[in-house]
Every structure is written in C-alpha cells, then in structure tokens.
Design a protein around this ligand. Structure first.
Ligand SMILES: [Zn+2]
Length: 86
C-alpha cells in the first residue's frame, strides 16, 4: 500500500519511505530507522542501524518516539500527510 507515493516505515509505521520501499539506506525522518534489505528477520541485528533489530527499534520507538534515545534530536514528528490511511 502506498500513499502520497510513500510506503509505511517498517519501524514507526508512518508513510515516510519513498520509491515503494526500494530505498536502501534511506533514513526515516520520524523514527530514524535506516532501510536495510540485508536482514532476513525482524529480530536480526541490522548493521545499518548500529546492530539494532527492527523489533528492538519498534520497542524503542514506542518508548522514545525514535529508534534510539541518542538519535532523538535528529527526528521530527510525522507530517499530517504521513499518517497511515485508515
Ligand atoms: Zn520510521
């Protein structure tokens, strides 16, 4: 599913990922997850994300609104047009 030509971020779920998710190393501006095609499961540590797994990043996002507390200053709230369609 795409919306505004963007696809949902695998971490925060906001519609921030361009190019139908064909966006290796694109960094989500909302949660700071970096798109990584080289991991085969959501529990596998991602080298592009400093060894964080997607599941751990999602957990952190719930707590901090970013994948990692140290990165919070780089993140921004989602724009109105990035909310997933319901
Ligand atoms: Zn995100």
């Amino acid at each position: 599913m795409t919306y505004n030509n963007k696809a949902p971020c695998p971490c925060c779920g906001y519609m921030t990922i361009p190019n139908n998710v064909d966006a290796l190393a694109y960094i989500c501006p909302v949660c700071f997850w970096e798109i990584d095609f080289f991991v085969s499961s959501d529990d596998e540590p991602s080298d592009l994300n400093h060894g964080l797994s997607l599941n751990k990043a999602r957990e952190n996002y719930k707590l901090f609104k970013t994948i990692s507390w140290e990165l919070r200053k780089h993140c921004r709230p989602p724009n109105r047009n990035e909310y997933p369609a319901v």
